[in-house]
Design a protein around this ligand. Structure first.
Ligand code: DGL
Length: 259
């Protein structure tokens, strides 16, 4: 068990988005080792069929587990919606933590407020999302805002470019001055939070699932007696299905960005 405890946590996403979650994981669990895999060669997941997302997600998780991951974090709302249940029943002995749109904290903070949920098309069309709204939406006016193309655009980097601002204006411009909160329901979107805030105007509150996912991982590792028992700081390794030095440099850059 001691050896397993000092194993790594496998974290994956369709691409760079999961790095926003990884930052929360490292902040919460600084002594854990994390191996991050971004499937940038197949991003975006949010515009694929569920069968494709299931296939890709299970392939990555299975590989991380066979490489020795002691736990898995699905750092992708889309992949969590589609694949978390399947992976959990296939691996009952491995803690598998997923991320979902942070509607619960948003509805608690803004009762009766108007809340946009920005996410991928797949996340928003699944029953899991409707259940989330029924369970946690409370009295909020919850508005689903699918953002096709946004995750793929964020994959390119260059987050200050004018085309990205125009794209965001297209998704949420109509809500400027008319919303209280935004749930960033895709792990790519925290990297453009400031750009979204610029469009929506002052006073809008933002919510994402990164910190909650990190607390959930801590709880699951604690329950399974799998928290790393070492003194040295944890290490982070990056890998990508777009296996080029440029892509890995992009991942490192996103990891050091102030999301
Ligand atoms: N980052 C992912 C999510 O949280 C998916 C983005 C994509 O590949 O479409 O949903």
């Amino acid at each position: 068990m001691g050896e397993r405890r000092n194993g790594f946590v496998g974290v994956f996403d369709s691409g760079v988005g999961g790095i926003s979650v990884l930052r929360s994981l490292v902040a919460e669990l600084p002594h854990e080792d994390f191996h991050f895999f971004g499937d940038s060669a197949h991003a975006p997941y949010g515009e694929k069929t569920e069968a494709q997302v299931l296939d890709l997600s299970c392939g990555i998780a299975e590989r991380l587990i066979s490489e020795g991951a002691k736990a898995i974090v699905i750092a992708c709302n889309t992949a969590t919606s589609v694949a978390a249940a399947t992976l959990r029943s296939a691996h009952p002995d491995v803690p598998i933590v997923g991320i979902e749109p942070a509607l619960k904290p948003a509805a608690r903070a803004l009762p009766n407020g108007r809340v946009l949920v920005m996410a991928t098309e797949v996340t928003l069309r699944l029953e899991k999302y409707r259940e989330l709204v029924r369970t946690w939406g409370g009295e909020c006016d919850v508005v689903a805002v699918p953002c096709p193309g946004l995750a793929a655009r964020i994959e390119w980097g260059d987050l200050d470019a004018p085309d990205l601002a125009e794209m965001i204006e297209g998704y949420v411009g109509a809500y400027a001055g008319k919303v209280d909160g935004v749930v960033l329901g895709c792990t790519h979107y925290p990297f453009v939070r400031r750009r979204i805030a610029e469009v929506l105007g002052e006073g809008v509150r933002f919510f994402d699932g990164g910190a909650g996912t990190a607390r959930q991982l801590r709880a699951r590792l604690t329950d399974a007696d799998l928290l790393a028992g070492r003194e040295r700081p944890g290490r982070v390794e990056f890998a990508s299905s777009l296996d080029t030095p440029e892509e890995l440099a992009l991942y490192e850059r996103f990891f050091s960005l102030q999301a």
